[in-house]
Write a protein that binds this ligand. Structure first.
Ligand code: NAP
Length: 242
């Protein structure tokens, strides 16, 4: 029997991250999900993952805290010996008009949605370089490509994810590591539960909001199947921007 492959999905307890974790488990990956605070949701997701016949566990740490990220990922590596796929999914919103945006709301979003990727990816990339194998998929957003009123912090972080993705792809490609991003449009999760659907549907050629699974399938494609694809940002937005 060959060695088992391991995927680490940040923010894998709910929403898009959970769907990514399940999709990778369906493709026979053992999965470690990370989460910030909602232990009940994380444990429920772990049970769903285990029901698919793979090894799964949830690890709580704040990706915006480098010491916490390093300590916990080091433990994961000691236990499993490898990370084949990293999905940098965890993210938050703190929306508000720019002129009134607090320093705290700016910093929280940048620290989680951009610096969090630095914190997690650096230690994982070192392992992938030793393995000479690995694949990283980052969650950007269409907002990072087009901007959005009321989301200057979020758009800046998600645009940063695009530059980060392309730079890592160039730096790590020769070590057998691919790095890509997805840019979802409006996806039905807790993050978007307060959106007024009727106002958005007109803008979407496919005439529905996305499901978390719609994104997860593309993440799995980039992470696993797309062997000659790196440095790309793939929109998953029902045609919102073409
Ligand atoms: P969600 O339902 O709000 O779930 C967020 C996940 O991230 C949860 O598992 C949460 O953990 C975790 N998390 C938040 N802050 C964290 C931190 N500091 N450290 C570790 N984990 C943290 O979000 P989602 O809608 O699935 O979004 C997932 C990703 O897709 C995000 O990067 C988001 O920006 C991006 N995205 C979403 C949409 C959309 O329409 N939903 C569109 C474009 C891009 P807890 O459960 O413990 O809180």
């Amino acid at each position: 029997m060959g060695e088992r492959k391991l995927a680490l999905v940040t923010g894998g307890s709910r929403g898009i991250g959970k769907a990514c974790a399940l999709e990778l488990a369906k493709n026979d990956f053992d999965v470690v999900i990370n989460y910030a605070g909602n232990t009940e949701a994380a444990n429920a997701t772990v049970e769903e993952l285990k029901a698919l016949g793979v090894t799964a566990e949830a690890v709580k740490f704040d990706i915006s805290n480098k010491a916490q990220a390093e300590e916990n990922i080091t433990k994961i590596l000691e236990k499993y010996g490898r990370i084949d796929v990293l999905v940098n999914n965890a993210g938050i919103t703190r929306d508000g008009l720019f002129v009134r945006m607090s320093d705290e709301n700016w910093n929280d979003v940048i620290n989680t949605n951009l610096t969090g990727l630095f914190n997690v990816s650096q230690i994982v990339a070192k392992t992938m370089m030793k393995q000479r194998f690995g694949s990283i998929v980052n969650l950007s957003s269409i907002v990072g490509l087009s901007g959005n009123a009321g989301q200057a912090n979020y758009a800046a972080a998600k645009a940063g994810v695009v530059g980060f993705t392309k730079s890592l792809a160039k730096e790590l490609g020769s070590r057998g590591i691919r790095v890509n991003a997805v840019a979802p449009g409006f996806i039905k999760t807790d993050m978007t539960k307060d959106l007024d659907e009727t106002k958005i549907l007109d803008l979407i050629p496919i005439k529905r909001l996305g499901e978390a699974e719609d994104v997860a399938k593309v993440v799995k494609f980039l992470a696993v199947d797309a062997a000659y694809v790196t440095g790309q940002v793939l929109r998953v937005d029902g045609g919102l921007i073409v």
